[in-house]
Design a protein around this ligand. Structure first.
Ligand SMILES: [Zn+2]
Length: 74
């Protein structure tokens, strides 16, 4: 990146300018935040899946099990 003070080029990873010792701005790390957001989104979908599974069990499977087999056939 270029030094904000004197404008000379500095290689990535340097904390101060090699020419004027001006402190260089730290490079942003959007990758880490993106991975965090992706993990949170995945956890949310897993939670939605579990809730859906419980809902199916409670509304459809459980009454069939409690009635002792398929309730529709006489
Ligand atoms: Zn500089």
């Amino acid at each position: 990146m270029d030094c904000p003070n004197c404008g000379v080029y500095n290689p990535e990873g340097r904390q101060v300018c090699w020419r004027c010792d001006h402190e260089l701005p730290k490079p942003e790390e959007p990758k880490k935040q993106g991975a965090d957001a992706a993990r949170r989104r995945r956890q949310m979908w897993i939670l939605v899946g579990v809730i859906l599974l419980i809902w199916v069990l409670l509304t459809w499977l459980l009454p069939q099990l409690l009635s002792g087999g398929p309730a529709l056939t006489p």
